[in-house]
Design a protein around this ligand. Structure first.
Ligand code: IMP
Length: 341
């Protein structure tokens, strides 16, 4: 039988009575055991999003950048060491590893260098290889490091990863802005629905909402639905801190590359050949420093909590009232004068 599933754009939160004088009074902190981050925002482990500059900027804003794994161990260590000399708090240094090949020695070297969060980064996380890798890393490090793992789309997937040793779980399959997994494989679940499903668990490992988040409003919806953090690719893309050069296109606009890690371009870059791409590569308009984007983002999220009359993320999750919106309501929900002829 077919179950219904909801996307971010299918829902709205109902404004509630508020006695919060200013949005600065809203606390956005969120726990990533054993640390607390001031803002619930992570940057994606992608080679067009998170290397040194993005990781340092995220740390400076009390967010967290996850350094990608699409390089050699030496290259990844070089990035990590630069981040750690500028952001010397291991809460603020996270790096991704895979689940095959050199992942265990990579993890060992990264932790030795000072990384506090290891991210087991695979497309289909509800998988026996992830189980073996999590078991290996938990026996290797005990409680010395935070293990983030994913991605999963279901409650069962979330609970398996926690039982296998994950301290936090990336939730979302097929929703990324550069992702073609649903077209190529026919599989996936709208990220908002996956968050709602995983949040029914009695386990409390933070859910990291990942893929398809387009606005600060989507961030608020993800947090209200049960996520502890949002992970962002496209919302941070095209900024100065993203790896890659700025180039000028025919109409004079400045652009940068943003690409899926399973796109042909990315695969060729990191392993010399491409097969069965599940992502695309594109260019996005250059948007200046990420600090402006982050500032607007957390001010927007703070406003969001205050519309629900909530002073922190926990209160939002307890008090949120959802409505579904029709497609005509969705049209009204955007700045619709812009679509007038
Ligand atoms: P965005 O924020 O919607 O741009 O999505 C970013 C997320 O898409 C990342 O954090 C990954 O989970 C996911 N992702 C990255 N590269 C690919 C890909 O090539 N195919 C599918 N998903 C991807």
């Amino acid at each position: 039988m077919f179950r219904d599933s909801l996307c971010f754009d299918d829902v709205l939160m109902v404004p509630k009575y508020s006695d919060i004088p200013t949005r600065e009074d809203v606390d956005l902190s969120s726990e990533l055991d054993p640390w607390t981050l001031g803002n619930p925002i992570l940057s994606s482990p992608m080679d067009s999003i998170t290397e040194v500059d993005m990781a340092v900027s995220m740390a400076q804003h009390d967010c967290l950048g996850v350094i990608h794994r699409y390089n050699t161990l030496d290259q990844q260590l070089f990035i990590v060491n630069q981040v750690l000399s500028m952001a010397p708090n291991s809460a603020h240094c996270a790096a991704a590893v895979g689940v095959t090949g050199d992942f265990s020695e990579r993890a060992e070297a990264l932790v030795k260098a000072g990384v506090g969060v290891l991210c087991l980064d695979v497309a289909h996380g509800h998988h026996s290889l992830v189980k073996d890798a999590l078991r290996q890393l938990t026996s290797q490090f005990g409680d010395d490091v935070h293990l983030m793992a994913g991605n999963v789309a279901t409650l069962e997937g979330y609970e398996c990863l926690v039982e296998w040793g994950a301290d936090s779980v990336r939730v979302g399959i097929g929703g990324g802005s550069i992702c073609t997994t649903r077209m190529v494989t026919g599989h996936g679940v709208p990220t908002f629905q996956s968050i709602l499903d995983c949040a029914r668990s009695s386990y409390n490992a933070p859910i990291i909402a990942d893929g398809g988040i387009k606005t600060s409003g989507d961030c608020v919806k993800a947090l209200a639905a049960g996520a502890g953090f949002v992970m962002l690719g496209s919302m941070l893309s095209g900024t100065t801190e993203c790896p890659g050069s700025i180039f000028t296109i025919a109409n004079g606009e400045k652009h940068k590359v943003y690409r899926g890690m399973a796109s042909s371009d990315a695969q060729v870059k990191w392993r010399g050949k491409a097969s069965a791409p599940e992502g695309v590569s594109t260019t996005v308009r250059y948007r200046g420093g990420v600090k402006h984007i982050l500032r607007d983002l957390y001010k927007g999220i703070q406003s969001g909590l205050s519309y629900s009359g909530c002073r922190n993320i926990k209160e939002l999750q307890e008090n949120v009232e959802w409505i579904r919106q029709t497609s005509s309501a969705r049209q009204e929900s955007s700045a619709h004068i812009l679509s007038r002829g």
